[in-house]
Write a protein that binds this ligand. Sequence first.
Ligand code: GLN
Length: 490
Amino acid sequence: MQILELSALELADEIKKGTIGVTEAAKASLDQIRKEDSKVCAYMTVDEDAVMKRAREVEEGIKSGRYTGPLAGVPIAVKDNICTKGMRTTCSSKILENFVPFYNAEAVDLIEKAGMIMLGKTNMDEFAMGSTTETSAFMATKNPWNTEHVPGGSSGGSCAAVAAGEAFLALGSDTGGSIRQPSSYCGVTGIKPTYGTVSRYGLIAYASSLDQIGPIGKTAADCAALLSVLASYDKKDSTSMKRDDADFMAAFKENPASLRIGIPKEYLSEGLDEDVRKGVEQAAEYLKEQGATVETFDLGFMEYTIPAYYVIASAEASSNLERFDGVKYGYRTAEYDGLHDMYKKSRSEGFGPEVKRRIMLGSFVLSSGYYDAYYLKALKVRAKIKQAFDEAFSRYDVILGPAAPTAAPKLGTSLSDPMKMYLSDIYTVAVNLAGLPGLTVPCTVNEKGLPIGVQLIGDCFAEKKLFLAASGIEKARGAWTLPFTGKETL
Ligand code: GLN
């Protein structure tokens, strides 16, 4: 049996049956990382000894009945903005290059309680600001489908790790699309849950009212199983929700024929690449084959989503990133003349250009002369966006659309024009502004051999409908092959 080709749930099953050992699975992942990661550059940090030690512990724990959950023994990668006790957590920024947290994020505690094996920390855009993983201060991650292309971002390392067989599952974070867009570029499945579903405790904040941690995996069922582990109330996060509907695996017992699917006309208009449009149309056909009804409708407000998102996200970022001052955390400049000079030099040398751009934009829109004109206006737009979605969800169970306007661009082609890069977030940011769940599922491959995923958006707390729709697409599409297997796709 090819261990790496199994889904996370299949692997956990084999582990339970005793046909595959936990240490064997962990070793297979580490071997793959050793073999592939010099090309892919998905990981920032891997501690092989710690992985094997933990695998032996979990092997014992499964035998003794301590770990009984559906993902016990499964190796998982964690994005490097999620705090891990005793393991450095850099946010792919020079300012946190040597930062070693003394506590775990709640999400990390939860995966450990579920008996999962953390393989290491994955590369990302610096402080999760970017769409290609190229704003990392350390290296650019490559797309495993074609290493001349980006994996997307900001959770590019996590998505590339899964696509390259270097992890069975991964944790990402999504503030404006950072799970869904790289999932589309890398041909994996990823979900941003309803805001408040997964604790943000220990997730290094970018924009607190938008950030959510979520699962990335090979299949919708793998993501549902992991989300069931992650979704739990945490009193350490004041925005954490108590949900009594967090058994997401229940979705797969339902029939997708009951789903009413709406495609916003605005999502198919100018700026959308032909390949991606075909992907969305293909997904619509798949859903129809499964008996679902699919129609197009007017959602409205599209032209306002990018400006509102970049005003709000940058405003929150400028405030959240104040704490990196060279005193409490991370990098401090070598020579300085007094306290203010120390702050100034530490921050100038520690942050990269994209992060500085966001801090300046955020400080500007929050300044007294401009607060009403920009920040307050953006909050009003945010409320309107939520209203438009509420209206849509009175008629549809799930909204179908693209996750990004194109397939993965080539490395080195995006950063020179930040405005263009921001505009490519057009299909994802509204979901965060409205606090909704959004899922990307692989649908097809374009002529260049790059994967194209589609996005499914649901009303608050309607993740199960997203998993159901995704399972319908998976069924009609057939098996999906990741490039590391060396087999033909589709
Ligand atoms: N590309 C978007 C940004 O740079 C989204 C990033 C994210 O979701 N973390 O803000």
